[in-house]
Design a protein around this ligand. Structure first.
Ligand SMILES: [Zn+2]
Length: 414
């Protein structure tokens, strides 16, 4: 056992402690409190003193690590839309020649960057199953929950997907891409499999206005996109499920795929009724403000969500839709745009929100007794100058990535 201390401890689940200490026993937190109380109760233990702040590690709840090798995308020009971005991305993915080793190396580099930025847990979505990824990510001391993503817009693709689902090990987490790329029967089949294995089901949801149009009338840019790719055979209309819904969330509700292990990513176009459905079902929301801004798809009604009792989590999405994979920047963007949402809540989103969404609250998300000792210390000139608790939280949320970030127990993972 040993003690770590700092001028400020931000437990997230509790009030900020000035001049606090944390006792670490093995890979777990044994006690959290004021330094004078802790050092009195745990006399004789070695103590390591940090400057700045001790806080939980950040959780990036939406990434596509395997797209890292593609690098940044060009900004959308005037008149270009979300579907144009998808077309360009698919074209680039087809054109750029990269070996599996190169792709895995760029994934590993991105994971390392996340780790250096104080991230402890990532929810990652990819179309390829990289067997060797697991070992590499653990060595970096960061946990990656990787979901293999499927889609199927037409009958042929659905049949192929159902077949490959059957052949996969039941322990491998799978998920579905989006409501405009995956027909209702396949969404249900994938969610069913997730339920059986108690896996997270993460899906792009209500990301753009075009999606809203597609769900409510099966027309618009996504219909055109599917037709252009020869992927339109009416499968979306089976049972009238698609056409009879007014929003993605109500559509998911009808399909019975909303529950507390469903992670709705983006939710930029959700109504008050949708927010109620999310609350009732216990489904989780992942906000990606940086990606939404880059793709010009709109701004999620974050204040309404928070007022309704939702604690969203945060995700950076991939480098192809966000110039910086930086959760500190995402927090800053949220605080600028949603003035009614407190800094406390935004910091919670980047930590506790992610832990709850991924059902890992027993390990991550806050500095409380019993949780993993894989948390971080951060410092900067502005943090060192803070005079009170509110100021500490404000600087953490609004000032961008702190100059110094380190993991208290480096290399801790599983
Ligand atoms: Zn995404």
């Amino acid at each position: 056992m040993f003690i770590v201390s700092a001028p400020w401890i931000v437990p997230v689940s509790d009030s900020v402690i000035q001049d606090g200490s944390i006792v670490i026993a093995g890979d777990r937190i044994e006690a959290v409190g004021r330094r004078d109380d802790i050092t009195r109760s745990y006399q004789g233990l070695e103590e390591k003193r940090y400057k700045g702040v001790l806080m939980p590690g950040l959780i990036n709840a939406h990434m596509h690590l395997e797209l890292s090798y593609l690098g940044q995308s060009k900004e959308l020009s005037e008149g270009q839309t979300f579907t144009d971005w998808i077309s360009t991305l698919l074209e680039k993915r087809g054109k750029v020649q990269a070996s599996e080793e190169e792709i895995v190396n760029s994934i590993t580099a991105t994971i390392d960057e996340q780790y250096q930025a104080g991230v402890v847990l990532i929810a990652d979505i990819g179309n390829t199953h990289f067997q060797e990824l697991r070992g590499k990510t653990n060595a970096a001391g960061i946990e990656v929950y990787r979901m293999l993503e499927f889609l199927g817009p037409d009958k042929g693709a659905v049949d192929r997907t159902l077949l490959s689902l059957k052949s996969l090990n039941a322990e491998l987490p799978v998920t579905a891409h989006a409501p405009y790329s995956t027909v209702p029967v396949l969404l249900q089949a994938i969610k069913h499999r997730c339920r059986e294995s108690a896996h997270l089901f993460s899906i792009h949801t209500a990301e753009s206005a075009g999606e809203q149009q597609f769900i409510s009338s099966l027309t618009g840019p996504f219909r055109d996109f599917l037709e252009k790719r020869n992927s339109w055979d009416g499968s979306f209309d089976d049972g009238g499920l698609g056409a009879a819904s007014t929003s993605t969330v109500s559509y998911f509700e009808k399909l019975n795929i909303l529950d507390d292990k469903t992670l709705l990513v983006h939710c930029t176009h959700v109504s008050t009724e949708d927010i109620q459905l999310i609350v009732q079902s216990g489904a989780k929301v992942c906000l990606c403000p940086g990606s939404n801004q880059f793709l010009k798809v709109g701004v999620a009604p974050v204040t309404d969500m928070v007022e309704a009792g939702i604690l969203p989590c945060l995700g950076t999405d991939s480098i192809t839709s966000n110039p910086a994979l930086d959760l500190w920047r995402e927090m800053g963007m949220l605080s600028k745009v949603h003035r009614g949402v407190s800094h406390d809540t935004i910091l919670k989103m980047a930590t506790l929100g992610g832990a709850r969404a991924m059902h890992r609250e027993c390990d991550y998300g806050s500095l409380s007794v019993g949780k993993k000792s894989n948390f971080i210390h951060v410092s900067s000139e502005r943090l060192l100058a803070c005079q009170n608790r509110e100021e500490v939280i404000r600087v953490l949320v609004t000032a961008g990535k702190p100059a110094e970030i380190g993991h208290v127990v480096p290399g801790v993972s599983q």
